[in-house]
Design a protein around this ligand. Sequence first.
Ligand SMILES: O=P(O)(O)OC[C@H]1O[C@@H](O)[C@H](O)[C@@H](O)[C@@H]1O
Length: 295
Amino acid sequence: MSQTVAELNEHFGMAGVLAFREEHGLIFADITTPVAKASVCMQGAHVLDWQPNGQEKVLFLSQKSDMAPGKPIRGGIPILFPWFGPRHDGKEGPMHGFARIQPWTLGFAALAGDDLHMTFTLGGTDVSRGLGFDHFRVAYQVTFGKALKLQLTVANDGTEPLVFEEGLHTYFHVKDVRAMTLAGLDGTHYKDKVDDFKVKPQIAGPMHLTGPTDRVYMNTTATCIVTDPGFKRAITIEKAGSETTVVWNPWKEVPDIQTDGWHEFVCCETVNAGDQTVTLGPGKAHAMEAHISVA
Ligand SMILES: O=P(O)(O)OC[C@H]1O[C@@H](O)[C@H](O)[C@@H](O)[C@@H]1O
């Protein structure tokens, strides 16, 4: 049974800091800390918004996104689990897995200094069991402060190996994707999904996006920096426990993004996928982290 908005407000509500509301059949948490504003949808434990005081919004959220039970949200930080992209084992399943379209449970919320710490969890549901995933637990610890810290921990509760892909599909808000640059991927190779999955070396130097971009960078744990001259800022994405980075922008109108909305974001995703799929033995756990800061 999912938590109701009344239960969430009773157990975790904090006057002026954390309040829950229901809209379109979904529950949202509105967050105000001394240093930032943010919001989360309980479906997918989906961070929709994070805005340190004095900054433009750091995450892009489409004005035309579906906001409905069972539908993925376009923007913010969708959690991809237990597969990345189309399901890879030949079985049926929703794009990017079921975690982003399931209600999660809130287990903890507390303000420590200027930071709000929240922990969301997901375990087996009718939907996950229908897709063959039962003996797993996921915890998502998010710290909303001047920085945004995300930690996704997956545990195997079963007696068989748990094989999964995962991703924090961060949509970074930029003034114009055609003017920003992305650094940090020098020396890596990527699978180019817009060119028949050919493996290509990354050209050294800050990367400019000039067309449809859908690249899976392999074997990289590097910090990435999005430099945005439009908003005169740099967004730094440090990560741990992740060996894949995905860079995506469709470079065209998309039905659930407003006209010209694709100009306003770049996805730089903290992922383990493809050759970096995770296999966890029984009783084992794996953590993946992204730390996002703006200067
Ligand atoms: O539309 P979705 O399911 O949210 O996926 C968006 C994009 O997500 C990226 O991570 C994938 O590499 C792309 O291939 C995909 O198009």
